[in-house]
Design a protein around this ligand. Structure first.
Ligand code: DGL
Length: 286
């Protein structure tokens, strides 16, 4: 087992760990939907968000490729001082979280499609659950194991939506195009039998508004960001790593640092814009 990089130990000695940043990682813009929740729930923290722009999308690649990309990106994010890492990507989590936890000692919070709460929400009404995620997430044995663990009635169906990641990467919110896309993808499903749709990819919550308009009104949408941030807060608190509240008059600047593997300034601007768009969207729909 590799130990925590010596650099991290040195940082631990030099600085008070709780004042370090929280790292967020995704293949692209999707993790912004989780970061937005973290900014709301953890207002005293500073964040560094890294997107693997050289290799997005992950969901259509092989597990070996994705494992290599995630490991390399995590090495890069460690050049920043971080006290914990959120893998704000269901696909990267399913492929790499176990390996990363073996390699590093700091807390690593991963994500998996919110199948368990979705099944529980529908236990009483007998409705089905539809999980939307990337092809790679849905192909993993971890996903099959999750479903068989929580779904004792065989009530879960899955649908891969790789194109939605591309729409999101282009910040494409064209209603007509997206309505056509979803209608086409959902055409073989009888939506009346579903009680919940799970957004099992962090890019997808950008399309909650469109999905709410398009799906029958009895269907609830859930994603993993609230659970993930709750877990992050709990882990930081257990390890005494939560940042101290700001003192009066102290201004918090540079709350989020955005980085990407292609070191592309235009993409950094796009991430900032995506966070604004999503935060605005959440304000309206919360
Ligand atoms: N945002 C990612 C997820 O949660 C993956 C998107 C992709 O790169 O295909 O699965």
């Amino acid at each position: 087992m590799n130990m925590v990089p010596s650099r991290f130990n040195t940082i631990v000695e030099r600085k008070k760990v709780s004042s370090l940043k929280i790292g967020f990682f995704d293949s692209g813009l999707g993790g912004v939907t989780v970061l937005s929740e973290a900014l709301r729930r953890l207002p005293n923290e500073n964040f560094v968000y890294m997107a693997d722009t050289l290799h997005v999308p992950y969901g259509t690649k092989t597990p070996q490729e994705v494992l290599g990309y995630v490991k390399a990106s995590v090495q890069t994010i460690l050049k920043e001082d971080i006290k914990a890492l959120v893998i704000a990507c269901n696909t990267a989590t399913s492929i790499a979280v176990a390996e990363l936890r073996k390699e590093y000692k700091f807390p690593i919070i991963g994500m998996e499609p919110a199948v368990k709460p979705a099944v529980e929400m529908n236990r009483a009404n007998g409705k089905r659950v539809l999980v939307l995620a990337t092809p790679l997430t849905l192909k993993q044995s971890g996903y099959a194991a999750l479903v068989s663990r929580v779904d004792d009635h065989g009530s879960v169906d899955s649908l891969p939506l790789p194109e939605l990641v591309q729409y999101c990467e282009q910040l494409n919110f064209d209603r007509t195009e997206l309505f056509n896309y979803f209608n086409h993808k959902l055409s073989s499903f009888n939506l009346d039998v579903y009680g919940t749709v799970v957004l099992g990819c962090t890019h997808y919550p950008f399309y909650k508004e469109i999905l709410r308009e398009l799906l029958p009104s009895h269907i609830q949408l859930i994603d993993g960001s609230q659970g993930t941030v709750k877990r992050l807060k709990q882990v930081l608190s257990e390890r005494n790593l939560l940042a101290a509240p700001l003192t009066t008059g102290q201004l918090q600047e540079g709350h989020v640092t955005f980085l990407c593997t292609s070191q592309d300034k235009a993409y950094v601007y796009k991430m900032e814009r995506a966070l604004e768009i999503y935060a605005e969207h959440e304000k309206i729909y919360l």
